[in-house]
Design a protein around this ligand. Sequence first.
Ligand SMILES: NC(=O)c1ccc[n+]([C@@H]2O[C@H](COP(=O)([O-])OP(=O)(O)OC[C@H]3O[C@@H](n4cnc5c(N)ncnc54)[C@H](OP(=O)(O)O)[C@@H]3O)[C@@H](O)[C@H]2O)c1
Length: 254
Amino acid sequence: MLSEQQIIQYQGTTDLLKDRIILVTGAGDGIGKAAALAFAQAGATVILAGRTVAKLEHIYDQIVAADYVQPVIYPIDLEGAVAEDYDQLAVALDQQFGRLDGLLLNAGVLGQRTPLSNYRHDVWDKVMHINITAQFQMAQALMPVLEKSNDASVVFTSSGVGRQGRAFWGAYAISKFAIEGMVQTWAAELDGVGSVRINAINPGATSTNMRAQAYPAENPENLKTAEQIMPAYLYLLGPDSDKVNGQSINAQNR
Ligand SMILES: NC(=O)c1ccc[n+]([C@@H]2O[C@H](COP(=O)([O-])OP(=O)(O)OC[C@H]3O[C@@H](n4cnc5c(N)ncnc54)[C@H](OP(=O)(O)O)[C@@H]3O)[C@@H](O)[C@H]2O)c1
């Protein structure tokens, strides 16, 4: 495995992800959008999954205009989706591609920034559902189609507040702790079995809508852009990380 610095500075070949089928959730905005574009630029066929179709169409058009491999739009709202929806997605991927090589589980919500003693139960339920339950359900449903790939990479999205508790981060932080635990548990189960690896990525402070919502007074120009943190994403979704399993990787220096 590369060192943290090497991963942060990773530069794959221009066709690093050629012939790979990669699904990105939350592909319409922020980090997911940058990842979808970076993966397409590296030669992947990207399935753009997300809830706001107009945003997905915009990325679709950008990818086609750049002459990258034609992507696929797959509208899905993780708040309302149930097991059958994920099964349907698995069937659609199997029918169209016969396998899935990469799954970037990136979509997430922030919830409230408030003490747990005041935290609203409806917000808790929504954040936990989108940030952990839906992530598990989608990955579980897609496992059979991932197992059809020779080298499949599943990447869940964590956060610094999912490793060290911090005041006022509420259900968001707790859901990211759960992501770290799920990655360790699942990766241990898959270690040495088959060809699917499971890791977590911690983007670090990145200029997106979510970051602005969490830190409204911050100057976004002092932050990394989503494009700047793509090396770690490319490394984890590409063949150079084929032996990496059960890790929680930082996409930028802390
Ligand atoms: N930015 C940071 O500094 C930072 C730091 C640590 C971790 N992260 C993590 O990185 C990931 C991406 O965050 P971001 O900063 O790029 O946030 P963002 O700009 O708010 O983007 C979040 C994405 O998730 C999608 N999404 C939200 N709820 C959804 C739902 N119910 N169903 C389907 N898609 C849904 C959004 O879709 P719409 O566009 O349709 O709303 C959007 O595409 C998240 O998991 C976040 O926790 C971010």
